[in-house]
Structure formats: C-alpha cells, structure tokens
Design a protein around this ligand. Structure first.
Ligand code: HEC
Length: 191
C-alpha cells in the first residue's frame, strides 16, 4: 500500500527531472520540430512556372539534353555565350544567328567567318553591331566547324543545308594567307 501512496508524487518529479537534465535535448527537439514545420511550408509552395516568351524552350531543352547532333555541343560550349542558346544573340551587341541571311547564304561565308573571325560595323534587323568575333581556326577542327554550322543552319527555324568537313577544309586552304578578321565588305567580295 505504501507504494500506491507514493506513486502520484513520483511521476511529476520524474518529468521535472527529465526537463532539468535534458534541457538541451528538449530545446533541440523543439527547434527540430519548428524547422521541419518551416521546411514543409516552403516545400508546399509550387515553384513558379518558367515561361519562355519567344517559344524557344524546345531548342534550349534540346541543347541542354545534348541532342541536336554533335554540333549542338560545340555550339553550347563555344558560341552560346554570345549568340545565346536561343540563337537570338543580344540586340546591338551580338547578332542573331536565328534568321541570319548571311548564315543561310553560301556556306563558304559562314565557314570563313568562323575560321577567321568577323568585325566592323554590320546592321541586322535594324540593330547595329560593331563588335569583334574571334577566329576559331586554331580551336576547332574541320569536323567541328562543319558540325556547328550544320547545327546553326538547321536550328531556331533556320532551314539551310548541312555543311561538310570537306567544305571547311576547302575554305581553310583557300584562305590560308588571310590575316585578321573579315569585315562584311571584305567577306562578300572575297568569294
Ligand atoms: C565572344 C562573342 C562571340 C562568340 C563566342 C561567337 N561569336 Fe559569332 N559573332 C560575334 C560578333 C560580335 C559578331 C558580329 C561582328 C561584327 O560586328 O562585325 C558575330 C558574328 C557571327 C556571324 C555572322 C552573323 C551575321 O548575320 O552576320 C556568324 C555566322 C557567327 N558569328 C557564328 C558564330 C559561331 C558558329 C560561333 C561559335 C563557334 C560564334 N559565332 C561565337 C560574337 C561572338
């Protein structure tokens, strides 16, 4: 019977002891609960859906996924920083390759640009550019230039023919003595 009398007073004392001896444990538990509550709250919010105003999401996804042929990865690594994944460039800074007439014309023109670079004033879609594009002749093989130009000429709505490594080789040989980057005038009169 003695035990029964003592029991009610023992339980509160036990809890008090727990609290006293395990303050940090309880504090940790409370913080943990709070944090997991916060996390669940953040988690509940659905991220805003990204909308591509130009509708080029598919092209971007294709490049990111590494599809679109070997030229896509060359483009991604060497050209997209300026001409952008969308091929639209940056108005007045880097000209677009999407819808570029020069790119669609005789492939020898864009092969020469990529081999030797391009500079001086040009005007595209009413925007003026006066930048410098570096030569790629020492960085990219005939195959890589063919691949990247094939990609450019068939992406973002462009529908020009594929470029072969033989065509690049031919232009490399024909323009061996070329010094510096082409200007638009020089390029067009060079063919
Ligand atoms: C550092 C930025 C930069 C990079 C990287 C770059 N370009 Fe350019 N590109 C330019 C600029 C600037 C011009 C225009 C030069 C001028 O004002 O005359 C240009 C022009 C061109 C043009 C002519 C377009 C037209 O309609 O006249 C083509 C084609 C082109 N680039 C292809 C490429 C390809 C292919 C690559 C990747 C191998 C590449 N570019 C990488 C800056 C760049």
């Amino acid at each position: 019977m003695r035990n029964c009398d003592e029991a009610p007073s023992r339980l509160p004392r036990f809890i008090l002891g727990l609290v006293k001896n395990n303050r940090s444990l309880l504090f940790g538990l409370a913080t943990g609960l709070l944090l997991s509550g916060c996390y669940a709250f953040v988690d509940d919010e659905t991220p805003p859906e990204w909308k591509d105003p130009a509708g080029t999401q598919q092209d971007v996804a294709a490049i990111a996924a590494g599809s679109g042929g070997p030229g896509a990865s060359v483009y991604n690594a060497k050209c997209a920083v300026c001409h952008q994944m969308t091929g639209k460039g940056i108005p007045n800074v880097y000209p677009p390759l999407a819808g570029s007439q020069l790119t669609a014309d005789d492939p020898a023109l864009s092969i020469r640009i990529v081999l030797h670079g391009f500079n001086g004033p040009i005007e595209r879609n009413g925007a003026k550019y006066n930048g410098v594009m570096q030569p790629w002749k020492n960085d990219l093989s005939d195959q890589e230039i063919a691949d990247v130009l094939t990609f450019v000429r068939s992406s973002w709505g462009n529908t020009a023919t594929a470029v072969t490594p033989e065509q690049v080789k031919e232009q490399r040989e024909k323009t061996k003595g070329k010094v510096g980057a082409y200007t638009e005038e020089e390029l067009k009169s060079s063919l």
